[in-house]
Structures are given as structure tokens and as C-alpha cells.
Write a new protein. Structure first.
Length: 223
């Protein structure tokens, strides 16, 4: 079930969109607290955002730029201000599409489905994992956090790939070692400890403290 966040000042419109998209098996929330939108994006981890231009406190263009500092999530602008200048501004700030109000809900649903398929389906595989603002990119094996690109070693990338692909599940040390070397003959408990320690230190340098949690005597978890 894909997660969608609606950032829309008109609660009637937001509720209508939520009710419609929920029928299509989307997990939908809409923002009611416009003071802490970025924090809500990080916590909810949407796979698509519907973003209005005219909002309390900050407009949609500014928020799009701020969201882009922490996430590559697809963003569709929805606004009655559909002149060329606003559409160009939306695209320049990192938007992926622009729908002018009033719009047909079925057209909106079709655009959402198409954008989600393009973003998350490549030969049937998702090419990024995002969690708490940290984005693991399968294409270049890097981690991005708060607009900082973190270069990972091969083992660091494989550890994060496994842990972030199993959010809130404890992954045993044995499972991680098999994922690293793909052959029981090369499993080395001490080497795994060194790799985890170095990875944690690197993540902490970029502000990701306690990202990897130790489950004593069992393994590790990202929650």
C-alpha cells in the first residue's frame, strides 16, 4: 500500500481527496498542523505528496524546496493558480507534476498511479529506500541525509541495504554476514563488528545518531 500525504489548506478538498484515494487502496493522510510540515514528512515517509501553492506560514514553492533537502519523494502540485509562471516555478523547485484546480478525481488518481509506477518500478524493483530522511540509492550505492551525500564502502552499503529493507525487524549477525559474503566460508564475526562500528561512526558524523540499534545477543535493527 503506497503512502500519500496531502498538504492542502482547504480541509474539504483534502478530505475529499483522501476519501477517494483510500478507495484505491492508498494509505492517505492530510496535514492539519502547517507549522511542522517537514517533520511530518520525515515521520510519515510518504511515497508521493500532493502539495498546494497557497498555504499558511510558508507557500508550496518554499516547502517543496525544503522537502527536496531531505527527500526525493514525487511531488504533485495542486493549485487554482495554474498560470505558466506558477507551473514553471513549481517544476524549478523540484515538483514532478502540476494539476490545476478544479480537477477530476479520476484524472488525479491516474496521474498519481503513473508517477508512482515510474518512480518506484524499474524492472519490478524499487531503486531507493527512504527512512527518517535518510535515502539509500541502489543506483550509486550512496546514502543521502539532509542534502549531504554519504559515500559508503561496499560492505557498508550492503549492511544498510539489508537493515533498511527490514525496518523494525531485528536482523541476526549470521544473516548480515551471509548477505555480505554470500558464502558461509567467508563469515568472520570480528570483521562484521568492525564494519558496523565504522558505519555507525560515519553515520554519526552526518547527524544520523543511533540509526543502527544493537539487539544484544541477537543482531541489529533500523527502526
Amino acid at each position: 500500500m503506497h503512502k500519500i500525504m496531502i498538504i492542502e489548506d482547504d480541509m474539504t478538498i483534502a478530505k475529499t481527496i483522501k476519501e477517494h484515494l483510500s478507495k484505491w487502496n492508498y494509505d492517505v493522510v492530510y496535514v492539519t498542523d502547517f507549522k511542522n510540515i517537514i517533520e511530518q514528512v520525515i515521520v510519515f515517509e510518504p511515497q508521493l505528496i500532493l502539495l498546494d501553492v497557497m498555504l499558511p506560514f510558508f507557500n508550496g514553492f518554499y516547502l517543496c524546496g525544503e522537502i527536496r533537502k531531505v527527500s526525493k519523494v514525487p511531488i504533485i502540485f495542486i493549485s487554482s493558480a495554474g498560470d505558466n509562471m506558477n507551473i514553471v516555478m513549481a517544476m524549478n523547485m523540484g515538483g514532478d507534476d502540476f494539476i490545476v484546480k478544479p480537477f477530476d478525481l479520476n484524472v488525479l488518481t491516474a496521474k498519481i498511479g503513473a508517477l508512482i509506477r515510474r518512480t518506484y518500478s524499474f524492472n519490478g524493483k524499487v531503486n531507493i529506500i527512504e527512512h527518517k530522511g535518510a535515502i539509500l540509492n541502489f543506483n550509486d550505492t550512496t546514502l543521502t541525509y539532509k542534502n549531504q551525500k554519504i559515500i559508503l564502502t561496499k560492505n557498508e552499503y550492503k549492511i544498510l541495504q539489508l537493515l533498511m529493507g527490514n525496518i523494525s525487524r531485528t536482523v541476526s549477525r549470521e544473516e548480515i554476514m551471509q548477505h555480505l559474503w554470500d558464502n558461509d566460508e567467508f563469515i568472520d564475526d570480528n570483521t562484521l563488528t568492525v564494519n558496523i562500528t565504522r558505519l555507525r561512526r560515519k553515520l554519526e558524523e552526518y547527524g544520523l545518531e543511533n540509526f543502527i540499534i544493537t539487539k544484544k545477543g541477537i543482531g541489529y535493527m533500523v527502526e
